[in-house]
Design a protein around this ligand. Structure first.
Ligand code: NDP
Length: 283
């Protein structure tokens, strides 16, 4: 068997086109503000891509760039202004932040109704208690890809590698809500290859280049590789050894071109959802 390659770029393009159509039908342009502190080059590329995608889909999008020595109190004051601005539907503060700024304080300062990253504890709590809220973009994108790949989720054995706030934990909640039987593995898990081999759906989000070897993948599994790791040769690699997994999996995402494009598309989806909910429009 050779796996179907799940084309995240194409799925994301279709999602963005659908969002652009919905935005065009609104009597206003949903407003997104991305706040960037410092000049981390990787974040720079990512923020520019977000802006470009948002503008192309008809959003009112702008990036606010602050110097690396910005004080936490100044960033919190900016967030308070954006929270109060009726034209702003979504606020995203690009992580990581410089060491003088506490990320938790910043995440908690964003109005949960405008928290398009879905990182605020109120939104994490809503997700965990199955209430409507804003869901983190990357795991949300993974769910889109699983549906595209034709995954039969109810009852499926799903294994999530990684337990971070931004990927692993919300991924657990989304798969559980879709009636999967979910195992979350992490750096203290005893038998990582054994856990992976039981997975019908395997989501890898560890940030370790090609940690998941081909013989960790069960025949016919659907493999979603969230990892983005830049090797010494400058090439991007996932958390899964793609070439080894290809003959065993039923479907697999490539890196790049898999989950990455979905994250930005889901950010736009969240911004539209936030605008509709906040402005009390019918969805
Ligand atoms: P974190 O570093 O926050 O979390 C990594 C998780 O993996 C932790 O739970 C850690 O375990 C676990 N882990 C690390 N090493 C091992 C190991 N050797 N064996 C088992 N578990 C391990 O990373 P993120 O969740 O933020 O990101 C994960 C990856 O996804 C990164 O490559 C990141 O670049 C990528 N990413 C991609 C996005 C996209 O748009 N495609 C968006 C966000 C992230 P423990 O908790 O025990 O320390």
């Amino acid at each position: 068997m050779t796996a179907t390659i799940i084309d995240g770029k194409a799925v994301a393009e279709r999602l963005r086109a659908g969002l652009a159509g919905r935005v065009a039908a609104l009597p206003f342009r949903p407003g997104l503000r991305v706040v960037r502190v410092g000049d981390d080059p990787a974040s720079g590329v990512y923020v520019r891509n977000k802006d470009r995608a948002a503008l192309a889909a008809g959003f009112d999008s702008a990036t606010i760039a602050l110097p690396a020595d910005t004080r936490e109190s100044d960033l919190l004051a900016l967030i308070a202004r954006l929270n109060a601005d009726p034209a702003v539907d979504g606020i995203l503060v690009q992580l990581p932040l410089p060491p003088q700024i506490r990320a938790d304080a910043v995440i908690e300062a964003v109005d949960p109704e405008k928290d398009v990253d879905g990182f605020h504890p109120v939104n994490a709590g809503r997700l965990a208690s199955r209430q409507p809220g804003l869901v983190p973009c990357t795991p949300k994108g993974v769910m889109h890809l699983l549906r595209e790949a034709g995954a039969r989720l109810p009852g499926a054995r799903a294994v999530v590698l990684g337990r971070s706030q931004i990927v692993g934990r919300p991924m657990l909640q989304l798969l559980l809500a879709a009636d999967c039987t979910v195992t979350v593995a992490h750096s203290r898990t005893r038998d990582l290859p054994g856990e992976c081999r039981r997975a019908e759906i395997l989501v890898a989000a560890v940030g370790q280049s090609e940690l998941v070897r081909g013989d960790w993948v069960a025949e016919g599994a659907i493999v979603i590789d969230v990892g983005i790791n830049r090797g010494p040769d400058g090439k991007l690699r996932g958390d899964v050894a793609f070439a080894e997994a290809l003959p065993r999996a039923a479907a697999i995402t490539p890196v790049p071109g898999g989950v990455g494009p979905m994250t930005i598309a889901c950010l736009l989806e969240n911004t539209l959802e936030a605008a509709i909910a906040r402005r009390r429009l019918p969805s």
